[in-house]
Design a protein around this ligand. Structure first.
Ligand code: SF4
Length: 284
């Protein structure tokens, strides 16, 4: 989701949590006994399976276990450094918002699935047509693939994404009474939904704390030494252990904004960046 949630357009506010009560999905992920197992397992894998593995582990417990693991030597940053980093992001990107346009958890979920390797702007163009024709999970669940493909054709990998959208909508209808579930554990059981997408939906649609580890958050976490892992799952766990929970949503938005404007992938604009304690600072 290179470009997902990077923009500064506003999302909807005041969205309500799903009240749907559903039986536990027999295919739901099994909790790991040790978070340290997450990193090697997810290396080089597609996001879906590996993300689901840690979905059911309580976040604080996962963070503690990760830091105690004898297999890792990662040293978290000091509280003072983390506070300075958070203050930098807060003051530099006070208005950072999700770049996807949506009016409901359903719309955000579908838009986020479409945003994988696709610019927010392109997704927003595609979803205007998509949501006009299929305003809720019920209507999308009954759609033909060709109809959905027609709506999202401008997005990369539109055939696979169209299938994911329909499969996801069908699961929402059959297992969650047509309402997008509001927990990470349930969200990651849906087709096309990994931890990254689930955390976007939790944070932006339901206001529930979630850390979105997309390409920008991953890159910047490594540059700031907030993690030393290549695994998004492990990075999320490392961040959970250092960033206060009440800052998770804003932190994700702000880091993504930083990745778009200054801390660029190929050539970070360090001379213009005020983060003096960054160990990866490149001289002008
Ligand atoms: S100093 Fe450079 S590498 Fe560090 S956060 Fe700023 S732009 Fe990124």
């Amino acid at each position: 989701m290179a470009a997902a949630n990077q923009g500064l357009t506003t999302g909807s506010k005041g969205l309500q949590k799903s009240k749907a009560q559903t039986p536990r999905n027999p295919k739901a992920p099994i909790p790991l006994k040790n978070a340290a197992k997450v990193a090697p397992k997810s290396q080089g894998q597609s996001a879906h399976g590996s993300e689901a593995d840690v979905a059911q582990m309580p976040k604080a417990k996962a963070a503690r276990q990760s830091q105690k693991s004898p297999q890792r030597r990662f040293t978290p940053r000091t509280k003072k450094d983390v506070a300075a980093i958070l203050e930098f992001f807060k003051s530099t990107y006070p208005n950072a918002k999700c770049g996807l346009s949506f009016k409901s958890p359903y719309e955000l979920l579908m838009a986020t699935i479409l945003s994988a390797q696709c610019m927010d702007k392109t997704v927003n163009q595609a979803t205007v047509k998509l949501f006009l024709r299929f305003p809720d999970a019920g209507s999308l669940a009954k759609a033909s693939l060709s109809e959905v493909e027609d709506c999202v054709r401008i997005c990369g990998f539109f055939r696979q994404k169209a299938k994911s959208l329909v499969d996801c909508a069908q699961a929402i209808v059959s297992r969650f009474a047509g309402q997008v579930p509001a927990t990470l554990e349930e969200l990651v059981t849906l087709k096309g939904v990994g931890r990254k997408t689930a955390n976007v939906v939790l944070g932006e649609a339901f206001g529930e704390p979630g850390l979105t580890v997309d390409t920008h958050v991953k890159r910047i976490s490594l540059r700031l030494n907030l993690s030393d892992s290549q695994s998004p799952d492990q990075i999320e766990i490392d961040l959970m252990g250092q960033i206060p929970k009440e800052s998770w949503i804003e932190f994700s938005r702000q880091v993504i904004a930083h990745g778009r404007t200054l801390c660029l992938a190929r050539k970070p604009l360090c001379p213009r960046c005020g983060l003096s304690l960054c160990p990866s600072r490149v001289a002008a």
